[in-house]
Design a protein around this ligand. Structure first.
Ligand code: 5GP
Length: 298
């Protein structure tokens, strides 16, 4: 059977886009804007990422100071065939390549951890649970506390869960450029990330975790390309609706609005650097932690 013309055009457009995306990653590696460990980390965690579709040889040849000879010797040592893609490596090959990259990064004094990680995802996907797990296991992470114009829910504490501010105070924060990003979420209230504490953490060399909506994630990425954006996915759409239904903290209209936002957010998942499925909190938290370059010492 031959492919209809329209499909053929779409397929060739997609192939061109994929090649361009791969070329952009290779260029940023070659320019030293992204480290090899960072690109490999994304490939390992997300099999659908552009990073995972890079051929191992192309990837290594674009790592600064790795020449053809070294790469070919390395591929032989690791037992990796030249046409293999990063996302298709077996576990042993993956571990061996990672060991190689980490040892090399340490020897060169490279920073392997992205300092700002933005966690976003549809409402009720369980971002809060994943964040709590990360903070209890890794208290050295700085969790950004957002400002919001919405009222506190029972049990929420000002300055801990959010800075609950009036619309006038929020206007002032915007005017004085005190927010790194801000957005109207679920079509109702405004939420924003205070800039000061994040800049302070970065100066102190501390990892920062932001749990914000997708519009905010876009703005952070635009201002801070080194930030790593993570989309937390529900195991299924049905499961997400069920979680939202059973939460019961919001009125029906509010729930519908949130479901609508969730639908839009799911559609935007491919814009993120990495997608992590939240089917198991421990695993999901470990993957986010991995992306920060924080690994527990045993
Ligand atoms: P909730 O009202 O349930 O606490 O939060 C609603 C949504 O607002 C969540 O999806 C959360 O990610 C988002 N959000 C919280 N803080 C911020 C922020 O500072 N900026 C942006 N853009 N979204 C935020």
């Amino acid at each position: 059977m031959t492919m209809p013309d329209v499909d053929r055009v779409a397929a060739s457009r997609a192939a061109v886009a994929a090649r361009r995306a791969r070329a952009a990653i290779k260029a940023s590696l070659a320019r030293g804007e992204r480290t090899a460990s960072d690109v490999f980390l994304v490939a390992r965690i997300d099999a659908d990422s552009v990073e995972a579709s890079l051929r191992v040889t192309d990837f290594l040849l674009n790592v600064p100071a790795l020449g053809e000879k070294k790469v070919s010797a390395l591929m032989t040592t690791l037992g990796i065939s030249p046409r293999k893609r990063l996302g298709a490596l077996g576990r042993r090959q993956r571990d061996a390549l990672q060991d190689f990259l980490e040892t090399r990064a340490r020897a060169r004094g490279e920073r392997t951890r992205p300092r700002v990680v933005v966690l976003a995802g549809p409402t009720a996907v369980g971002k809060g649970t994943v964040v709590s797990r990360i903070l209890s296991d890794y208290p050295e992470v700085h969790m950004s506390v957002s400002a919001t114009t919405r009222a506190p829910r029972p049990g929420e504490v000002d300055g801990v869960n959010y800075f609950f501010v009036s619309p006038e105070e929020f206007d002032r924060l915007i005017d004085d450029d005190e927010l790194l990003e801000w957005a109207v979420v679920h079509g109702t209230h405004r939420y924003g990330t205070p800039r000061g504490p994040i800049e302070q953490s970065l100066r102190d060399g501390v990892c920062v975790l932001l749990e914000i909506d997708i519009q905010g994630a876009r703005q952070v990425k635009a201002h801070m390309p080194s930030a790593r954006t993570v989309f937390l996915e529900p195991p299924s759409w049905e499961e997400l609706s069920r979680r939202l239904e059973s939460r019961g903290t919001e009125h029906i209209d509010e729930r519908m609005r949130r479901l609508e936002t969730a639908r839009e957010e799911l559609a935007a998942r491919l814009e993120f650097d990495v997608r992590v499925v939240n089917d198991d909190v421990t695993r999901a938290a470990a993957q986010v932690v991995d992306l920060m370059g924080l690994t527990k010492e045993h």
